[in-house]
Write a protein that binds this ligand. Structure first.
Ligand SMILES: Cc1cc2nc3c(=O)[nH]c(=O)nc-3n(C[C@H](O)[C@H](O)[C@H](O)COP(=O)(O)OP(=O)(O)OC[C@H]3O[C@@H](n4cnc5c(N)ncnc54)[C@H](O)[C@@H]3O)c2cc1C
Length: 390
């Protein structure tokens, strides 16, 4: 489909569907059914099989119409959807993708555990086969959005007798099922974006398994690669985000300026621009395909840069940046860097180098899988999981 054909398809849809006379949800569902939701997805799954970059044009063409509020469903859109698309059966795509895209159903990610974060393959949550389903027991932690989510991406151990990477299976867990308990976890910013999740005899139908039994590690990697692109790979205009706020303060408040800070600001500005342009190039390379390990570099650069920029902002603003705007335990639906105080930005940015894989782990991935350097020494990769010390 040429760009002109896409434009006329959008125009035709807009002519037939008057959003001022339709319920927002009805409008969004019709948009999905017309393949104009995420046009880089295949036909029948809300898309038209076009290159990823076409989506920007479509978003512009739908400006002012009902929004699916992507900021409230980052895990659903950024991670669950590509995973379901990559390994889901036609029935699973049919069941989950439309309400995910319209925002009717929010998703979360039940991966990390108290004893397994960077070493995700070591996780201990057990899923045991029981008739036409599975019974799951375990504890997950740092689960963003679990308190809002209808569905969760879950990795559990189905075979403890084989080495850790091989005994895992990937499921979709109904967060409203009996036995799922969600408790808020308060973080350094004062708010509770995330939760502990306790799973006690939770039944999951086998039809909610994503991928083959024992393939959980492979499927989890599809999710993790998408997560890194979702966190670090967003298209941003020049001088956006924290850099924009800092540059604005510099321009509008001459009393804050000093030559040493000026030099650092210029360096940060150039680095931000390099990261932005590199991201643009990588997104073009991605086209329709699944993200590879290069996404780890984007996420790593974003995290490091955001931490340095938020630190710089505190220095620039001096004493006034020490005033904190809100310590109440809020349950935000999204991370609001622009709408909160410099102190919040500084504290929240600390999590950037932990969420979605720590910077150390991302450096390992880049070293091994992008640069081809020798791998980390892994002594436990051939030992059955049940024999590993914990
Ligand atoms: C804001 C936020 C939101 C999150 N949301 C979710 C979510 O929704 N769902 C979810 O499942 N998880 C979530 N997480 C958890 C996140 O994925 C984990 O915190 C992360 O993977 C690190 O695991 P850990 O905390 O267990 O630290 P550990 O793995 O214990 O790491 C501790 C330190 O050791 C270092 N380290 C560990 N192994 C190595 C190694 N091999 N080489 C070098 N250094 C190493 C790490 O880099 C780190 O500095 C979230 C975290 C944050 C901060």
């Amino acid at each position: 489909m040429t760009p002109e054909e896409l434009r006329s398809r959008v125009a035709e849809f807009r002519e037939k569907h008057d959003h001022t006379r339709m319920e927002p949800l009805e409008y969004l569902r019709a948009r999905f059914d017309a393949g104009l939701a995420w046009v880089h997805f295949p036909e029948g799954a809300g898309g038209l099989g076009l290159p990823r970059e076409s989506q920007r044009e479509v978003e512009k063409a739908f400006a002012g119409t009902p929004s699916n509020r992507p900021e409230g469903n980052a895990i659903g859109l950024g991670m669950a959807a590509p995973t379901i698309l990559a390994v889901g059966t036609p029935e699973q795509r049919e069941r989950w993708l439309r309400p995910l895209w319209t925002g009717e159903e929010i998703w979360c990610q039940l991966f990390s555990e108290p004893g397994a974060g960077s070493d995700l393959a070591g996780l201990a949550t057990r899923a045991v086969r029981d008739g036409d389903g599975w019974v799951v027991n375990g504890q997950k932690v740092w689960t963003s959005l679990a308190h809002r989510a209808r569905w969760a991406l879950l990795v559990a151990r189905t075979d403890p007798s084989v080495p850790k990477h091989r005994g895992l299976t990937y499921f979709v867990c109904d967060m409203t099922a009996p036995g799922v308990e969600v408790r808020p976890l308060r973080q350094i910013t004062g708010e509770a974006e995330f939760n502990e999740v306790f799973l006690t005899d939770v039944r999951i139908p086998d039809a909610h398994r994503l991928g083959a039994v024992g393939d959980g590690w492979k499927v989890a990697n599809t999710t993790l690669m998408s997560e890194r692109v979702a966190i670090g790979g967003q298209a941003v205009p020049r001088e956006a985000g924290v850099l924009g706020l800092v540059s604005q303060a510099w321009r509008e408040r001459p009393e804050l300026r000093d030559p040493a800070l000026y030099d650092r600001l210029l360096r940060l500005w150039v680095e931000a621009e390099v990261v932005r342009l590199t991201g643009q190039r990588l997104r073009q390379q991605l086209a329709q395909g699944e993200p590879g390990p290069e996404g780890s570099a984007m996420k790593l650069s974003f995290a490091e840069l955001n931490q340095r920029l938020t630190g710089f902002e505190l220095e620039l603003l001096g004493d006034e940046s020490l005033l904190y705007d809100d310590w109440t335990m809020r349950r935000p639906e999204t991370v609001d860097f622009a709408g909160r105080s410099p102190g919040y930005r500084y504290l929240r940015a600390k999590g950037n180098s932990i969420e979605g894989g720590t910077s150390e782990i991302l450096r390992n991935i880049i070293a091994e899988r992008v640069l081809g350097l020798p791998g980390e020494h892994r002594v436990d990769k051939d030992t059955p999981w049940k024999d590993l010390p914990r």
